[in-house]
Write a new protein. Structure first.
Length: 293
């Protein structure tokens, strides 16, 4: 069991270096937590089948940044292989699939003439419509020219008299110019952090009625945003360097940001950077908006 212990230890070490808990890895891979724990302990007996052992190990390795193919090749002697019965069953099913594919191909060939005729009719209809539109466009300028000429002949000659200039009011009678209202001072927003509680820090956003979030990722890290009811508001997953996550939480007035590696992510609120209240690698950032009345 030395190899199994080394395999589980290597996977667990890679997971911890990413700052992931088993719950985080469960959300990333969609593999049940008990199976992930069994992989780390080398307990493959609880797996739903030998096929899933290799598949789960590969997903685990890719999620924590390891070369899955190299890892599987290194520990191939200790990882259970797929039983020959399952392989034989999959091979025995292949002729049936080939027959189904052949039937589908024959049906498609039989329907091809009908499809070609239908396309030919559509092309003819489009060509007739195009020629009709061209003919209408050619006749329209001649009719417009005739109507313009008739209107010109019916208009009486204009008189040379120019209208008298309107009398301008005296300077004393002119209305005073309205004073422009003074510009209102713009309020500045404030993000006040509370006392951290484990991985969670709660911030209160004041001085604004808007809460637009932007998270700029500089390295691999897990990012998720939930509302107060716990529903995901963005695609919760591992983001790579250069990706940006944006979400407008103004309507919710609440947002819970989950960072797997806070050192690889910068959080902005209304384009202003948020200063972390603690230096934890994995942390939850809760922001509550208190708009001005």
């Amino acid at each position: 069991m030395l190899w199994l212990t080394e395999l589980g230890a290597r996977l667990k070490e890679a997971r911890l270096s990413k700052g992931y808990s088993l719950d985080d890895l469960q959300e990333i891979t969609k593999i049940q937590k008990r199976y992930l724990n069994a992989i780390e302990e080398g307990n493959y007996s609880i797996m739903p089948g030998t096929f899933y052992v290799r598949a789960f190990i590969k997903q685990y390795a890719e999620a924590v940044g390891l070369d899955a193919d190299e890892l599987l090749d290194e520990f191939k002697k200790e990882i259970p292989n797929q039983p020959t019965e399952e392989v034989a069953q999959s091979i025995s099913q292949s002729p049936t699939r080939r027959r189904l594919n052949t039937r589908s191909t024959n049906r498609m060939l039989e329907s091809m003439p009908k499809i070609i005729v239908g396309l030919f009719i559509i092309v003819i209809i489009v060509a007739i419509w195009f020629l009709y539109q061209q003919k209408m466009a050619t006749n329209q300028p001649d009719e417009m020219q005739k109507e313009t000429q008739l209107e010109y002949e019916q208009v009486p000659p204009s008189t040379s008299e120019k209208p008298a200039k309107e009398e301008q009011p005296a300077e004393d009678e002119q209305e005073p110019a309205e004073e422009e209202p003074a510009e209102e001072e713009t309020a500045t927003q404030e993000l006040s952090p509370g006392t951290p509680n484990g991985e969670t820090t709660t911030y209160t956003l004041t001085g604004t009625d808007k809460m637009a979030l932007r998270i700029e990722v500089t390295g691999e890290t897990w990012v998720g945003i939930r509302d107060e009811a716990g529903s995901e508001q963005v695609d919760a997953r591992v983001y790579n360097a250069g990706e940006v996550v944006e979400f407008d939480a103004t309507t919710n007035q609440y947002a819970r940001i989950r960072l797997g590696n806070s050192n690889n992510a910068k959080v902005f609120v209304n384009d202003e950077p948020l200063k972390y209240a603690q230096s934890a690698v994995t942390q939850n950032i809760i922001i509550t908006l208190q708009p001005e009345e």
